[in-house]
Design a protein around this ligand. Structure first.
Ligand code: ZN
Length: 534
């Protein structure tokens, strides 16, 4: 039995401990410099670790809210103790999605990030600051949904698509052109005629900035296929979109219907063609036949901006695409130039992040399911709790590493989070409510179905049942085979499969074709179907 390799445990051990501390919200009081220094070292390690998982591996271990909380705490400490800021702080970085497997391409104009707001007063502060800076009280804002995907820059030269590049580190990114070409909405050529027939000149060079994402319907379709195969579902459409865009084979990218939305620009040559406003930009994008933004709001005061942001939050559950906030932008391009930018973000825009739905409930049990390829997937069985408009009684735990990292124990009170139609995830543990007698969860050493010793492949987080005759695996294989993703056998549902496997009528897939009428009579859901047919 090889569950963990030693180096892996050692490498992650301190991070698990830190995770538990930070995610469960040890509130930072006023710190002495020495304590602050220790805390900052700890937070930097955390942020760097989660940046790696998020940007390079597209597989984050904590929610965005928990990650943002880490970064904010670090940023507050850096402001309080500027002397303790050593080198480049992770709070200054935009993250970096370059993963070393693509050609790099340098953006003509830097791809910046957006400053973030989390509260109404921060949003009002943004408006007040711009008003002071520009000495005006008639500012007009555009409020756009903040798509939750992967930022890209798409370049057209003389109207022809030449390149799609990820943000990377903001200066250079991965050239993902071949994969982006699988996106149906992305035209190879800009339409030089507007829909009304008028001339619609194209710039010599334009870098269009936007987001590649997976619509909810596509995310659900992919997950239904995965679950039918007994595989752990993808937790978040953003990570699935990012992971898909970074696949090495475009033939694997194409079946997952990635989508694109364009909401900004970098280089625009000659600059005489620059739009005068964000509204004019959106109209121009549509006139060129590009995937523009379907809906945005206009706000003429802090009150109107706040109302529009709340309206997006209210509409969010009904939207066809994942949204994690609203972006507020100054409409007039000439005023943007006046306020300028910090090193990493323009001063004329802010991203307001919606708070996810969160609740505390008890972790009643951790059950372990066996997939068709033998992978053991733990599932959290929760005391039912109302969350995001649904009653939640299960949450995904991904794998043994995930449980160990969060130190989730049976009986714990845990924080559960759900945004939109995302599968509920466990954010952390309320350690204060932990029973004194609780023990860390022991991942099973044996397959819960066939009791074979499980194995762990080096460098994989998955633990597997190696027994090819394992009946749980067989059930999953048959389920997958009979599903829409397979050959679609009508009427061959879980109950019938269960009976066929239990009675040893099938030991492998080909046995399905050796079944005789007499084998089936009396099995669940079969009798009437056959009698009426004869
Ligand atoms: Zn087994």
């Amino acid at each position: 039995m090889k569950i963990f390799t030693v180096s892996r445990v050692a490498g992650f051990m301190w991070l698990w401990l830190l995770s538990a501390l930070v995610v469960t919200g040890a509130a930072p009081g006023p710190l002495q410099p020495e304590a602050a220094r220790e805390r900052m070292v700890l937070l930097r390690g955390q942020v760097a670790y989660h940046d790696e998982l998020y940007y390079k591996k597209s597989a984050p271990a904590i929610t965005d809210a928990a990650y943002d909380a880490l970064k904010r705490e670090l940023s507050v400490l850096e402001q309080q103790f500027p002397a303790l800021v050593a080198g480049i702080s992770p709070t200054d970085s935009l993250g970096d999605d370059r993963n070393g497997t693509f050609q790099l391409y340098r953006h003509r104009e830097r791809m910046q990030s957006l400053a973030k707001s989390y509260t109404e007063s921060e949003l009002r502060g943004f408006n007040a600051r711009l008003g002071r800076q520009l000495q005006r009280n008639d500012l007009v804002y555009i409020i756009e949904p903040k798509f939750d995907g992967l930022a890209v820059s798409v370049t057209y030269e003389r109207g022809k698509l030449v390149r799609a590049v990820t943000r990377g580190n903001g200066i250079e990114g991965d050239d993902v052109t071949v994969n982006a070409l699988t996106i149906a909405d992305l035209p190879r050529e800009l339409s030089a005629k507007a829909p009304d027939g008028s001339a619609n000149p194209v710039p010599d060079v334009i870098e269009l900035r936007g987001e590649i994402y997976l619509p909810w319907a596509e995310f659900k379709r992919i997950n239904v296929e995965h679950e039918a195969a007994g595989e752990a579902p993808f937790a978040h459409p953003r990570n699935l979109a990012a992971g898909t865009l970074k696949l090495s084979d475009p033939r694997e990218v194409a079946p997952r219907k990635l989508a694109l939305v364009l909401y900004g620009w970098g280089a625009w040559l000659p600059s005489a063609g620059l739009p005068v406003s964000q509204r004019a930009f959106h109209a121009q994008v549509r006139a060129w036949g590009l995937p523009g933004l379907a809906g945005y709001s206009v706000g003429r005061s802090a009150d109107e901006v706040w109302a529009a942001v709340q309206e997006f939050d209210r509409l969010r559950p009904g939207l066809a695409f994942p949204v994690d906030g609203a972006v507020v932008k100054l409409d007039a391009v000439v005023l943007r130039a006046e306020v300028g930018a910090t090193e990493h973000a323009p001063r004329w825009a802010t991203a307001y992040k919606f708070a996810p739905d969160r609740a505390e409930t008890q972790l009643l049990a951790i059950t372990v399911q066996v997939g068709r390829s033998g992978v053991l997937t733990p599932v959290a069985e929760l005391s039912p709790v109302s969350l995001g408009g649904a009653v939640i009684s299960r949450a995904t735990l991904h794998n043994a590493d995930e449980i160990a990292r969060g130190d989730f124990r049976v009986g714990d009170f845990v924080y559960v989070e759900k945004a939109g139609e995302i599968i509920p995830a466990i954010l952390g543990v309320n350690v204060a409510r932990r029973a004194a007698a609780s023990r860390p969860f022991q991942f099973p050493n044996a397959c819960p179905s066939c009791q074979a010793d499980v194995v762990r492949v080096a460098d994989e987080s998955a633990v597997r049942c190696p027994n090819l005759e394992c009946s749980a695996q067989l059930r999953r294989r048959v389920q997958h085979f009979a599903s829409e993703a397979g050959v679609e056998i009508e009427g061959l549902g879980p109950a019938l499969i269960d009976a066929l496997v239990t009675k040893a009528l099938i030991r492998d897939l080909p046995d399905l074709y050796r079944l005789r009428r007499d084998d089936l009579i009396g099995l669940p859901g079969v009798v009437r179907r056959w009698r009426t047919g004869s």
